[in-house]
Design a protein around this ligand. Sequence first.
Ligand SMILES: [Zn+2]
Length: 228
Amino acid sequence: MAPFETLNLGRGVGDDPDAVRTNRARALAALGRSPDDHVEAAQVHGAAAATVDRRHRGATIPAVDILISADPAVVLAMHGADCVPLLLLDPVRGAVAAVHAGWRGAASDAAGAAVRAMARACGTEPAALLAAIGPAIGPCCYEVDGPVFDRFHAWPWRDEVFHATGPGRWQFDLWQAIRRQLLAAGLRDGAVATVGLCTACHSALFYSHRRDRRTGRTAGLIAPLVRG
Ligand SMILES: [Zn+2]
């Protein structure tokens, strides 16, 4: 039912839990997977990571915004309605990560933290990683104020991702901010793909918290490679 039609995948946003369960089963089935394989994170706008495997199927991992796995038995899910769903694949090790990064995640370098956590957990070489910056609020619709801008005062790319729109107001390019963090963490330039679709602009495709406030959640889904 409105405003959650259709295919809301987020719990805890006011939608009927049975509807969310059905929607998740639909999304997983579209990938040829069982809904039992789903692993999600509590998503607290931080940069902490958890490495999961088949023992975590069906679980919600508390207090993290980064999920990592090399176990093909799981599907990692990261939910959002404007924040970046960032997906990482290490084709050498077969490992993947799903990352949730809004401005707080960018301010704490969740993208870089995910790359370093994959290196520790799975032996990932950053130069081998492929990254997808999913649909998220675009610079066209994302204006921030001084307290947000100030969190990035030491950034070498500040002038590239913030553009003044008025007194105490800046347009923020979250897509480019995440991309810069991935390159700084050692990814190759050509290995970072940005979908470039703004969730606030595309009301027929995406939920947007900034546009609608009370709304559903889309999901970035990724599963480790089957080896052998
Ligand atoms: Zn937009």
